[in-house]
Structure formats: C-alpha cells, structure tokens
Design a protein around this ligand. Structure first.
Ligand code: S3P
Length: 165
C-alpha cells in the first residue's frame, strides 16, 4: 500500500491517530516533527528561537524529501508543511493524503497553552492561521470530518475505509 500522509492543523491528532493507524495497517510510522528534532538535536521551540522559522521550514522540507523518496508508511506531517508547494507535490506524488478536519474551537482548546508549538499565540492569531490554511488542507485525497464525539479508533476505521476505496 502507498504511504498515508496525515495532514491538518496543530492539535488535530495526527501523531496519536497516525500511531494507531500504522499499527492497524502494519506499516511503519514517521513523524516529520520527530525527524526534525532528531536532525537538529534540538526541540522545535529551540530551533525557532535559535535559528528562526525559515530554518525550521528548510529542515522540514529536507525530512519530507527523505520520506517521499525513500520511505513507505504512515506519516504525521507538521501542520505548516503542506503550505510549501514543493512539499505538497512530493507528498501527493508518494502516497494518499488524509486531512483530519476539526472545528477550530476544539483545536484552540487543545493547543492554546502549548509551549511546544511556537506558532501558537492568541486565539485570534490561531483563527487567522487556521483560515489561511484551509485551502491547502482541503486539497487532500480524503477528508475526515472529525467531531468531539468520535474516538481515535473510529477515526482510524473511517480512514481505512476511505483510503481503500
Ligand atoms: C507547525 C506545526 C507543528 C510543528 C511546528 C509548526 C505549524 O506540528 O511542525 O510547531 O506551522 O502548524 P503539529 O501540526 O504536529 O503540531
């Protein structure tokens, strides 16, 4: 089976859902943020602080190229990665893209106090970022309309059903 890329805003559960999905599909799991941390030897806030967002995005693109060219599995993709058209092309050409769509209010509640996400500031800033990214996320092959009542297992089952179509 081709790789499955989970995309969507911060807090949408790409990592936790991705791990469950990889176990069910018996495919390896990759997380672009984890690979960036390994490459840099620093946390994401440290990378942003020491070298800025542009440097972070460079590492992110390098990690995506490595995965797209040489790896097959379930991939959790950092929320800002798909904004870069070159990243998007590589992702799209090497697997199926799945957008985990949640209402903004749910995402805001989950991430508003998260110190590990440098792009999180005020609720108003998050709303702006969320809105500007919608068109990118909506290009995914499959959109999962998640709501608070859905369990991770239900989301995973829905993903499997839709990617096998
Ligand atoms: C970012 C999302 C984060 C991480 C970085 C920037 C973004 O990943 O890559 O903090 O631009 O939305 P998650 O989507 O896994 O939180």
């Amino acid at each position: 089976m081709p790789s499955v890329y989970l995309i969507g805003f911060m807090g949408s559960g790409k990592t936790s859902i991705g791990k469950l999905l990889s176990a069910k599909l018996k495919m390896p799991f990759f997380d672009t943020d984890e690979l960036i941390i390994k490459k840099a030897g620093k946390t994401i806030p440290q990378i942003f602080n020491d070298s800025g967002e542009a440097y972070f995005r460079g590492l992110e693109s390098a990690v995506i190229s490595e995965i797209a060219l040489a790896k097959n599995g379930v991939v959790s993709v950092g929320g800002g990665a798909v904004i870069n058209p070159d990243n998007w092309r590589q992702i799209q050409n090497s697997g199926t893209t799945v957008y985990l769509q949640w209402p903004l209010e749910v995402l805001q509640q989950r991430i508003i106090n998260d110190k590990n996400r440098p792009l999180v500031s005020t609720a108003a800033e998050l709303k702006k970022l969320f809105e500007t990214r919608q068109n990118n996320y909506k290009k995914a092959d499959v959109t999962i309309d998640c709501s608070e009542g859905m369990s991770p297992e239900q989301i995973v089952d829905q993903i499997i059903k839709l990617i096998k179509r």
